[in-house]
Design a protein around this ligand. Structure first.
Ligand SMILES: Nc1ncnc2c1ncn2[C@@H]1O[C@H](COP(=O)(O)OP(=O)(O)O)[C@@H](O)[C@H]1O
Ligand SMILES: [Mg+2]
Length: 360
């Protein structure tokens, strides 16, 4: 098939991607709008992919298909038209706001171009962690009690959340705005961190009861009866530096974990009894149905103090770093299931082709 691979590249990656290969490299295009000014200088580009990932995915797709790389810049529709793909492999994170992950698939739908992954409604819903939780609650999927604070006038409302609590920007990812000190134990710290997060991330803030138990993330590929849940990855907080809070914070993801000294914090498959595993599987299947997730996603889950698994959030555009030494949960779970990187990416595309009846 002719596959258009749509992505957002970190600014530092763009040159390398263009220089990589004449058959794969995208043309020089205009730069995408910059989200600079929202968040901290060091985390602005955290969600966008690096050259290794973009080329890794492109090469995986190219083992079976004719691939065009399409950066999600303002003029990506022109490039789409020039390569007229049978299907798009969408990994674009988008630029601004709570609907940013929905932007590319919305345009693809408008143009009638089939694509892999969830639809704009699901992508926007999952980026907004509160909407995700409301829907999960409606479907009986456990999720921690929470309050959304829109501005300073909403601070009193946060007192309804039991302590300790976690403070997070409503629609970020990659642990942006979830620093080690966002786990708060008293009301004064809660107010201080909420105000700081409102000002830094310029969006509502989610205050959520802290779930103190084990944490897992579960990846899946496929749809309906063909859905394949990959082995759960457990985050081992006992492997964190001494004194660190038991949350997968910005510091844990980006500062304590360095390529030259990776944190050994992921266990896959997680050590679970058959009953524990089937309870996780059930919650994941209920989440897939409730949010109408398609083709692939990763579901973050944490046990409360009674050991009941709660869904924290859902990632319909999961990170897929190709380096087996990197802490990237989706490829790690696939490897534990005997699925290599290329096979994993192709399986996601196959799930979409099958769902859409494209390329057969
Ligand atoms: N309610 C919670 N209780 C305990 N830990 C939490 C809770 N919410 C988030 N965390 C911790 O913070 C991490 C990042 O939160 P998450 O909502 O998954 O943000 P991101 O979208 O940045 O991945 C989680 O992996 C978990 O370790
Ligand atoms: Mg997460």
């Amino acid at each position: 098939m002719r596959v258009g691979y749509v992505y957002n590249a970190k600014p530092s990656a763009r040159q390398e991607i263009r220089a990589s290969s004449s058959t794969l490299a995208p043309e020089e295009g205009e730069e995408p709008p910059s989200p600079a000014g929202i968040g901290l200088a060091e985390d602005v580009w955290a969600e966008w992919d690096d050259a290794e990932t973009i080329l890794g995915v492109a090469n995986a797709l190219a083992t079976r298909h004719e691939v065009s790389l399409i950066e999600a810049t303002g003029n990506f529709t022109a490039r789409l038209a020039s390569c007229s793909p049978d299907i798009v492999f969408n990994m674009a994170e988008g630029t601004f706001g709570a609907s940013r992950e929905a932007q590319v698939p919305a345009i693809l739908e408008m143009l009638g171009i089939p694509y892999a992954g969830s639809d704009p409604l699901t992508l926007a819903l999952c980026l907004d962690k509160a909407w995700t939780k409301v829907l999960l609650q409606h479907h009986g999927v456990p999720t921690a009690p929470f309050v959304v604070v829109d501005d300073a006038s909403g601070l009193d409302g946060a007192d309804a959340v039991p302590l300790p609590a976690l403070v997070k920007p409503l629609y970020e990812g990659s642990s942006k705005g979830i620093r080690d000190d966002h786990l708060v134990h008293d009301r004064e710290s809660l107010r201080r961190v909420v105000m700081r997060t409102l000002e830094t991330y310029r969006q509502p803030v989610l205050v959520e009861e802290f779930l103190s138990g084990r944490e897992y993330t579960v990846a899946f590929i496929g749809n309906g009866d063909d859905v394949r849940l990959l082995p759960p990855v457990e985050i081992r907080f006992d492997q964190f530096p001494a004194g660190a809070n038991r949350i997968y914070s910005w510091e844990a993801k980006w500062e304590w974990d360095r390529p030259e000294a990776p944190l050994r914090v992921f266990d896959c498959p997680a050590a679970l009894s058959a009953a524990e595993r089937s309870r996780l599987d059930e919650i994941c299947l209920a989440t897939i149905r409730a949010l109408r997730l398609r083709d692939w996603s990763r579901i973050d889950i944490r046990e409360d103090r009674h050991g009941v698994p709660n869904v924290i959030e859902v990632n319909p555009l999961p990170g897929v770093l190709p380096d087996p030494a990197a802490n990237s949960c989706f490829p790690k779970a696939a490897r534990a299931a005997g699925i290599g990187y290329n096979e994993m990416i192709l399986a996601v595309l196959d799930a979409a082709s099958k769902r859409l009846g494209v390329g057969r």
